[in-house]
Design a protein around this ligand. Structure first.
Ligand code: SAH
Length: 262
């Protein structure tokens, strides 16, 4: 079967064998580990993952033609689900803590990451995420307080997860060649993190602050809290600062304060 890449599904297949092996080796896959691959495409990465002999191997692919191709290629060695990851509840496929691989359309990587973080109440279905991002987006996820790229993505991603940059990937490693550089990031659940009643409140708080990125923080504080003076004092905030000057942990504390009055 001849495969033509579909632009609408963000299909850029990995063809560089060295990079594929490097991706697989970002995590030690043991005998009783189970894998979940998102958007396996033609199975270039899946092929190498399978060689690690995982206990179970699930994959989700939206493209029906590719799903058929994968089923022919890998028979029952990979359980390929022909669905859309954005509408899919991963928790229902197994109780195993999954190692999740995804070389996905870039906008989808960010969406599922935020989605999984903000719907998880402290018991994630994965033990590690290995995801590809557009380089600029990866830089925003990794950005430190006070830097230009620091913002909502950095704060939300760092709440429950430890994030690590693995490496950048050149457009030449794909076919068809994308116009941009990619970066591979890995995420593991933190052992300790600030407990929130609803992580969506962290999304809300950071949205209010970063919607007015250039304003001093007394403005969003006043907007959210009636007793903003007391909050500022308790959290030791200098209200002349801008949203980019506050560390992630301040945003977690602000969210906790918000949950008290909500
Ligand atoms: N991982 C493969 C393919 C990358 S291309 C490789 O590295 O070679 C991205 C893949 O994600 C394509 O196969 C595309 O069909 C699939 N895809 C795109 N949107 C999806 C979605 N919403 N849910 C599941 N798969 C999706």
């Amino acid at each position: 079967m001849k495969i033509r890449a579909k632009k609408s599904l963000g299909q850029n297949f990995l063809i560089d064998q060295n990079i594929i092996k490097k991706i697989v080796n970002t995590v030690k896959i043991k005998k009783n580990d189970s894998i979940f691959e998102i958007g396996p495409g033609t199975g270039n990465l899946s092929f190498h993952l399978l060689k690690k002999n995982p206990k179970k191997f699930f994959a989700i692919e939206k493209d029906t033609n590719l799903t058929n191709l994968l089923n022919k290629k890998f028979k029952n060695k990979i359980n390929v689900i022909n669905e859309d990851i954005l509408k899919f509840n991963v928790e229902k496929i197994t109780k195993d803590k999954l190692i999740v691989f995804g070389n996905l359309p870039y906008n989808i990587s960010t969406q599922i990451l935020i989605n999984w973080i903000t719907t998880n109440k402290g018991n994630p279905f994965f033990k590690k995420l290995i995801l590809m991002f557009q380089k600029e987006v990866a830089e925003r996820i990794l950005a430190k307080t006070n830097s230009k790229n620091y913002g909502r993505l950095s704060i939300i991603s760092n709440w429950q997860l430890d994030v690590k940059k693995e490496f950048d990937i050149n457009p030449q490693c794909f076919h068809p060649k994308p116009k941009i550089y990619s970066t591979l990031l890995t995420f593991i659940p933190k052992k300790k993190f600030v407990i929130l009643r609803n992580p969506k409140n962290l999304e809300y708080i950071t949205r209010i602050f970063f919607n007015q990125k250039r304003k001093m923080i007394n403005k969003p504080l006043k907007q959210i809290f009636k007793n903003y003076n007391k909050i500022a004092k308790n959290l030791n905030l200098n209200t002349n600062q801008r949203p980019q000057n506050l560390s992630p942990s301040i945003y977690f504390d602000l969210t906790k304060e918000y949950e008290k009055i909500k």
